[in-house]
Design a protein around this ligand. Structure first.
Ligand code: SAH
Length: 290
């Protein structure tokens, strides 16, 4: 992979008074090929409204605001947000708003209501908040059409994993039910300053896609998935009994009606099978503690 301008980056940061903080997951992208690929993966149209999570020093913000109608650049670090606002973004870039806020508090629904069109979320975000952000985006899915996000490679493997794969788990089933998830590219540590210790990968999630199977109760579906994977070494029958606080008899009944062998393990079940299981549980109407 080609690595972009590297020379003197530390000195440049120092002169701007920036000392990258591990606590905030500050690994700034320096490889322009990667930033270009992220922006391209957003498939921007000129009326798009983009929410950038962890904007940093604007490596993505600048190309995004040249292509979208509006960019909300969310950045938690006050100092970085100020540099982005005052020294990096061009004065005439009227379609960018830098918001000094925790991205986990951003209200996607409210912004969607104000603009009409479904939002696109993008970010090379700190790894410490990547899973909570993913769940927040999934919860906000009615307000979103697409998300392009950088994850730790290990997390991206879990998001896109198929049944039977060692990375297949709660994150895979939930992400793949609520979105179409695909890995766009793997990114090595050399693409960032300072370098992280692990590989990363860019993932694209498409929301609002039509499904072949529909969970009638999405909260119940999520509860079933969590219970099934809750005790990884257990066979499905026991994991569901324990995780859903049901009797073995009740669980066996649900599994029989679903046509799913209770001796299987959660990691072998497809997303469709989890949906079927939760729909039958709903139909039978057992009292589930969630
Ligand atoms: N997107 C930039 C910056 C990546 S580093 C680039 O690619 O170069 C991640 C950025 O997220 C940092 O600037 C960090 O300060 C910011 N950040 C960390 N936690 C955040 C949070 N909870 N909400 C918003 N931004 C956050």
């Amino acid at each position: 992979m080609r690595v972009g301008r590297n020379k003197g980056i530390a000195a440049l940061f120092k002169s701007m008074g920036i000392f990258p903080q591990k606590r905030l997951g500050q690994h700034f992208l320096k490889d322009t090929l990667v930033s270009q690929a992220i922006v391209a993966a957003c498939e921007l149209e000129n009326d798009d409204v983009v929410i950038e999570i962890g904007a940093g020093l604007g490596v993505l913000t600048l190309p995004l605001c040249g292509k979208a109608r509006k960019v909300f650049a969310i950045e938690l670090d006050e100092g970085i947000a100020q540099i982005l606002r005052e020294r990096i973004l061009p004065k005439d870039a009227k379609n960018v708003e830098v918001i000094r806020e925790d991205a986990l508090d951003f209200d996607f629904h409210d912004t969607h209501r104000r603009y009409g069109k479904k939002l696109k979320a993008v970010g090379n975000l700190p790894y410490s908040i990547s899973t909570p952000i993913l769940f927040k985006l999934i919860e906000s899915r009615d307000a979103l059409s697409l998300a392009v996000l950088m994850f730790q490679k290990e997390v991206s493997d879990r998001i896109v994993a198929k049944p039977g794969n060692k990375s297949y788990g709660i994150l895979s089933v939930i992400s793949q039910y609520f979105a179409k998830a695909e890995s766009i590219m793997v990114v090595g540590p050399g693409a960032f300053y300072p370098q992280p210790e692990v590989n990363s990968a860019v993932v694209r999630l498409r929301f609002g896609i039509s499904r072949t199977v529909v969970a009638e109760d999405e909260t119940l579906f999520t509860a079933v998935v969590k219970a099934a994977f809750g005790k990884r070494r257990k066979i499905l029958r026991n994991a569901l009994t324990y995780g859903l606080h049901l009797s073995l008899k009740e669980v066996n009944n649900v599994l029989n009606v679903s046509g799913i062998d209770g001796k299987r393990r959660a990691e072998t079940l497809s997303v469709e099978e989890f949906v079927r299981l939760s729909n039958i549980l709903k139909e039978i109407g057992l009292p589930i503690q969630r």
